[in-house]
Design a protein around this ligand. Structure first.
Ligand code: ADP
Ligand code: MG
Length: 625
């Protein structure tokens, strides 16, 4: 029979599975049971919504059997099954394309043990088996097929016999070796404990034949073994359980069983609402950002159940985009099973649930911020950006929801602070919430524009992300305090020598006009700076569009070359200014050169690029001669 090859990526994953020295081999059972349960979900749902199908709830179960003599474990389900094509498609390739990449990244960091941190689906069978056979009969098909593989060499598929719809997965265990005793998986009690540990809340019965011992009939103290089929799991879905009965570990296991993330959740919320709407939910705030979170591929959403039956894997309408990182499930009695995606979008109940969930998440985050600051900062590091996008999107529709969750780095505290904390600390004579934008904290610290504000003793918030200034613009103010960029024309800081300054402008009027002529449209104005102490020049801006925003907008793919109105500010107390004035009176060519150099310096400080670096360099050389 022809052997088919695994897709390249799958092959590498398989190789890792088979060869890694690894302590969490036992998760294979969780993965296979989870697949069996998914397959029954699909079947069950079909039977429920299709009037022509009759069914009995007892028809749906998972059975685990052990064959000690042949060293085999069998996991059977009465799910929807797979056709020949589906066997080929689904088992020949890794379902989650990111898994491998993630694993490689982390393996480099942590060695081999990382595999157990997350599910790898079907392939985990190869953690314990040297040979895996899948016998499946799909719903609606009269033929059954057998898929078989011993690992990386590939797999075969052939027709076979199977009486009922569903799937059997048969694992031929590896030989024991020094490190690993695979025989333990042939032990009823080991398997029973694993089912309880990882799969207790699966909603279908997981059955096993359990051997007991009883007094032999007709005797008084002679014992004999007997075998009895038992349901091992509790079957009550975890979200229907009472919070008090559940441990942190239960929630973490559920998170992993559902593949909500590769990490442990930072926080879980177990919600039971009864009233105008009723639903149960378990929501998780992950600790780490999914590797694809800020890409188009990332799909937000919660698993949606109606009366315990899965109706949608990822219901995006349950979460606002800015809480798109939340994982979990929602089960409601109020939703009809037979509902299509389009109708669901407009469903009133669903909207109410979504609103309720939004408030719960908000409340939980606020609670975390207040009572578990370290956790919140960890969270914010991963997902703060999406909150800021939330403030900005839809014309600030939800800014009220989110403003208290924002944090920025503070010049004074040297750590992340909230807006409320900033306002609380504001000096009495301080009008604005000041911020400075730049690529990094280190760069902002060195910005000349911050000098005056910092000198006044005012706190400055550092905006290091593209979105920051846009979000703040949308917010406009916080507790009636407006935001003010340290680069803006009017800082709202009254200086006693204000008049002196403007008279200085008068003194230097001709000089500034001459500079403006040299720079032409590159600046709108040249003037004396009120904010500089130690630096000779800086750029400020007039109007709404700041230089930082110009940078961001121009870095977008379809940017139209927007331009902030830049003002070149000169520090008249700096000794360079004397040289400039001297040149202005005595040497026009030198004056032009100085003007160019000063302007370009200001650009560089601002993190903008110099239009003609060669020219700039030549200019400096000319000076040095
Ligand atoms: P995932 O469960 O995340 O999709 P897996 O690697 O666990 O990834 O499984 C791959 C696919 O194989 C599943 O999506 C499903 O289509 C199919 N599959 C696996 N096990 C079964 C089963 N017992 N019955 C039906 N289909 C299955
Ligand atoms: Mg799976």
């Amino acid at each position: 029979m022809e052997k088919k090859q695994f897709k390249a990526e799958s092959k590498r994953l398989l190789d890792l599975m088979i060869n890694s020295i690894y302590t969490h081999r036992e998760i294979f059972l969780r993965e296979l049971i989870s697949n069996a349960s998914d397959a029954i979900d699909k079947m069950y749902y079909k039977a429920l919504v299709d009037e022509s199908l009759t069914f009995n709830k007892d028809d749906y179960f998972i059975k685990i059997s052990i064959d000690k003599d042949n060293r085999e474990i069998k996991i059977s389900d009465t799910g929807i099954g797979m056709t020949e094509e589906e066997l080929d498609d689904n088992l020949g390739v890794i379902a989650k394309s990111g898994s491998l990449q993630f694993k490689k990244e982390n393996e480099e960091k942590d060695g081999h043990d990382i595999i157990g941190q997350f599910g790898v689906g079907f392939y985990s069978a190869f953690l314990v088996a040297e040979n895996v056979t899948v016998i499946s009969k799909a719903f609606g098909s009269d033929k059954a097929y057998k898929w078989e593989s011993t690992g990386v060499e590939g797999y075969t598929i052939e027709e076979c016999e199977k009486a009922t719809v569903g799937t059997d997965i048969i694992l031929k265990l590896k030989d024991n070796n020094e490190d690993e005793n695979y025989d333990e998986y042939l032990n009823e009690y080991t398997l029973r404990n694993l089912i309880k540990k990882y799969s207790n809340f699966i909603t279908y019965p997981i059955k096993m034949d359990i051997t007991g011992s009883k007094v032999k009939e007709g005797t008084e103290n002679e014992y004999e073994d007997y075998v009895e089929e038992q349901t091992i799991n509790s079957m009550v879905p975890i979200w229907r359980k009472n919070k008090n009965e559940l441990t942190k570990e239960d929630y973490e296991n559920f998170y992993k069983e559902k593949h909500f993330g590769f990490d442990n959740p930072l926080k879980h919320l177990h919600i039971s609402v009864d009233g105008a709407i009723s639903y149960n939910a378990i929501l998780y705030i992950p600790e780490n950002m999914p590797y694809d979170f800020y890409t188009k591929e990332y799909e937000k959403g919660l698993e949606l159940y109606s009366k315990g039956v899965l109706i949608m894997n990822k219901c995006g309408d349950l979460l606002p985009d800015y809480f798109g990182f939340v994982k979990g499930i929602v089960d409601s009695e109020d939703l009809s099973l037979n509902i299509s995606r389009e109708v669901l979008q407009h469903d009133r109940q669903l909207k109410l649930i979504a609103k309720n969930i939004k408030n719960k998440i908000k409340g939980e985050l606020e609670n975390m911020l207040k009572n578990h600051r370290d956790d919140y900062e960890k969270f914010y590091k991963a997902f703060g950006r999406t909150l800021k996008f939330g403030v900005y999107s839809d014309f600030g529709k939800d800014k009220e929801v989110l403003q208290n969750l924002l944090m920025f780095y503070s010049s004074k505290e040297k750590k992340m602070v909230t807006l409320a904390e900033y306002v609380e600390r504001m000096a009495e004579d301080q009008k604005y919430i000041y911020y400075a934008s730049g690529e990094s904290i280190e760069r902002i610290e060195k910005l000349p524009q911050t000098e005056l504000v910092a000198d006044k003793g005012y706190e400055i918030l550092y905006f290091t992300e593209d979105i920051d200034e846009f979000a703040i613009r949308m917010l406009m103010n916080y507790k009636e305090k407006e935001f003010k960029s340290v680069s803006s024309g009017d800082l709202g800081i009254e200086e006693k020598d204000n008049e002196n300054e403007s008279s200085k402008d008068d003194d230097n009027k001709e000089l500034y006009e001459a500079m403006k002529n040299v720079l032409a449209s590159r600046v709108v104005k040249v003037k004396t700076s009120k904010r500089l102490k130690n630096h000779p020049v800086c750029l400020a801006n007039e109007g709404d569009l700041t230089i930082e925003m110009e940078k961001v907008l121009n870095s977008m793919p379809d940017s139209e070359g927007v331009k902030a109105d830049k003002v070149l500010e000169i520090n008249t107390n700096h000794e360079v200014f004397n040289a400039l004035r001297d040149a202005f009176s005595n040497d026009k060519e030198k004056f032009n050169l100085y003007t160019e150099l000063l302007y370009n310096q200001a650009l560089l400080i601002e993190g903008l690029s110099v239009a003609d670096p060669v020219e700039f360099s030549n200019g400096i050389c000319k000076l040095m001669k």
